[in-house]
Design a protein around this ligand. Sequence first.
Ligand code: AKG
Ligand code: MN
Length: 210
Amino acid sequence: MKFSGRNQTEGEVVRGFRLLRGWLDADEQAAILADLRPVLVAAPFQRPVTPGGKPMSVRMTSAGRLGWISDRRGYRYAALHPSGTPWPPIPPRILALWRDVTGLERAPDCCLINHYAAGARMGLHQDRDEGDFSFPVVSISLGAEALFRMGGTERSEGTESRWLHSGDVVVMHGPARLAWHGVDRIRGGSSTLLSDGGRINLTLRVVTSA
Ligand SMILES: O=C(O)CCC(=O)C(=O)O
Ligand SMILES: [Mn+2]
């Protein structure tokens, strides 16, 4: 598989996670946010519940052929937004970032869009609902700063945390592709990019191997 993007050599590597600081400048961040507006109209944020029935603090939606959902039936990818409509396409600027970072011709199937208001967090987890872990997951941070926790492939391994800032990109590939990670908290209001002072995180995922 061709995987020769700039991510291979740049940035700080923490436990296999490649941190590409300031990958997007302020204008690029604003442009991506503008691209997301029609996506969020077509596929409004939902507050998913865990399979155990607990509402998540993060609001979510997706763009792409498939979207990631969670409800009482479990975690999975679905072809339709919970309202029954197809997910809107991933905006071309976001696909271009994926190509630039990964060097891959293969486009991601899903752009999961997470919104964190002040007080929202995401517990330690692995991204493992995809069918092929040889592809990277690329994460884009927009808006408020987030304390991102990174561990190993075993839950019991130690973790290290870094603050992610608006415009930072993180690549999870190789051993880090199945590593545990989460967001402990955000610094609400630490960025003015989002009018509500919150944070949006995008994760680009290849879901099916075909
Ligand atoms: O918000 C983040 O930085 C991470 C999000 C994440 O891990 C996920 O959506 O699976
Ligand atoms: Mn994740």
